[in-house]
Design a protein around this ligand. Sequence first.
Ligand SMILES: Nc1ncnc2c1ncn2[C@@H]1O[C@H](COP(=O)(O)OP(=O)(O)O)[C@@H](O)[C@H]1O
Ligand SMILES: [Mg+2]
Length: 233
Amino acid sequence: MSTEGLVARDVFRTFPGPDGGLPVLRGAAIDMLPGEAAAIIGPSGSGKSTFLHLLGALDKPDSGTIRLDGVNPLGLDANGLADYRNRQVGFVFQDHHLLPQLTVLENVLAPAWANGGRATPEVAARARLLLDRVGLTGRLDHFPAQLSGGERQRAAVARSLVLAPRLLLADEPTGNLDSRTASEVGALLLDLGTEKPCRLLVVTHSLELASRFPRVYRMAEGKLVPAGDGISS
Ligand SMILES: Nc1ncnc2c1ncn2[C@@H]1O[C@H](COP(=O)(O)OP(=O)(O)O)[C@@H](O)[C@H]1O
Ligand SMILES: [Mg+2]
């Protein structure tokens, strides 16, 4: 069997609580090859963020299989897990989470500094290239407070990709943006997040954004089901 692929199968996650807890994921599954893109829609509280957290190894499933190009994050030691979260997976959230005391360029380089690391010349070059591609070359020395909301989110997209992850996870990445800026950020995600070896998985409430993805799933009763042609909330 090829080891190339994001494979999640039979993923279950119940959060502790009364009456046996809250079963959020009940057999969620997805398959994605490098270069692919998919969107997930579904009501609030249906488990979309929970699923992304599991794929990004920020949380552990109760049962099920997760493999990213042959790597099982559940089988990694602490160092391997840190590498998986930092290098194999990129995250974009609804809020940009840029560090206010760092410039745009420093924010994009920051993932390379984890665990006392340094930005290699390759990473530094990639940071500048990504910032160019998201249209921020003129803003490298600006601080987040000096940017518009769209510029901040574009910087966050560049940061998420600086270490060339295999999986880009975006959780409502355009939720705080006006529709035109949202459209631009969506286009950047689709463009940059599907360059191999990466693949892109975006959770969104925007049906306009979802409709631009080749595959759209709905989170329903703890499973991902194809949303079909009539995407509707
Ligand atoms: N760490 C947690 N502990 C307990 N309950 C949680 C936790 N994370 C999420 N939940 C609950 O799980 C359900 C799904 O949450 P979430 O995945 O954030 O939904 P969505 O992203 O689709 O809005 C919600 O009812 C939420 O309150
Ligand atoms: Mg969510």
